[in-house]
Design a protein around this ligand. Structure first.
Ligand code: NAP
Length: 248
């Protein structure tokens, strides 16, 4: 995969940032997608370039099909696509289902589900041997919430990640004979700013006692699993979903 391009949605902060840096260290040319925080995205590009890697930042709200098309156009100009990390994801404030607005649920599904499927569509068009491509890998970020359901907090988020798990399995079967592997990762409680965006900055540490390993995970621990799945060491892994959750 050396010199191949990887598109990482939400590659500017948290797990995506760690994955961008780890992928660059393994020779990928990294397209760092971001929604609004350009400074964070530029910082990731600078960090990669400081280690002699190659990266560009591209603004892309995955809730917008036009943005996704522009993201992959920029990737085409950067080199041949070898991998996609569907990492961008959002949570909402903790509430019960009976209090959820249609707008909240629609935005959750647009970003977490539709955005991931549309990005995968663009990646398959480019990577499938059926379309003249050279194969590649798609890694989808799910969550242990898909199994736990997240009652009283964000069942809508958990449902969006359940959809991602089904999508990983189905797309993996669909393109398995075309040189594309598709895998999912279900992170547990990871120390990133996503908890603050849901209104609870301390959430991961507050719940750490519920993790069998009794600690939160780091973005780098998820990134290590992402780049392994992207590597030839995972050459027989597809339609599979890996829990990286300290046992949770
Ligand atoms: P994070 O720290 O909140 O970072 C989110 C990243 O996604 C940022 O780069 C952000 O860009 C970008 N982003 C946000 N909304 C976007 C949109 N609409 N379109 C494109 N990019 C968008 O999140 P994280 O904790 O690293 O989570 C990454 C993934 O892992 C998500 O899919 C999440 O559901 C999943 N996950 C996380 C945990 C956890 O405990 N952290 C657990 C399970 C699963 P800007 O900075 O420009 O907004």
């Amino acid at each position: 995969m050396t010199d191949k391009v990887v598109v990482i949605t939400g590659g500017s902060r948290g797990i995506g940032r760690a994955a961008a840096i780890a992928a660059a260290a393994r020779g990928f040319r990294v397209v760092v997608g971001y929604a609004s925080n350009q400074a964070a995205a530029n910082e990731v590009v600078s960090a990669i370039e400081a280690s002699n890697g190659k990266a560009i930042a591209v603004k892309c709200d995955v809730g917008s099909e036009a943005d996704i098309l522009a993201l992959f156009k920029a990737a085409d100009e950067f080199g041949a696509l070898g991998a996609l990390v569907n990492n961008a994801g959002i949570v909402g404030p903790s509430i019960r289902v009976e209090d959820m607005s249609a707008e909240r649920i629609e935005r959750m599904m647009a970003v977490n589900v539709t955005g991931s499927i549309l990005c995968a569509r663009e990646a398959v068009k480019r990577m499938s041997r059926r379309n003249g491509g050279q194969g590649g890998v798609i890694v989808n970020l799910s969550s242990v919430a898909a199994k736990l359901g997240s009652p009283n907090t964000y069942v809508d988020y958990a449902a969006s990640k359940g959809a991602i798990d089904s999508f990983t399995i189905g797309l993996g079967y669909e393109v398995a004979a075309e040189g594309i592997r598709v895998a999912g990762i279900r992170p547990g409680l990871i120390d990133t700013e996503i908890h603050a965006s849901g209104g609870e900055p301390d959430r991961a540490h507050r719940l750490a006692h519920m993790v069998p390993m009794k600690r939160v995970g780091t973005a780098e621990e998820i990134a290590n699993a992402i780049v392994w799945l992207m590597s030839d060491e995972a050459s027989y892994v597809t339609s599979a979903i890996l829990d990286v959750s300290g046992g949770r």
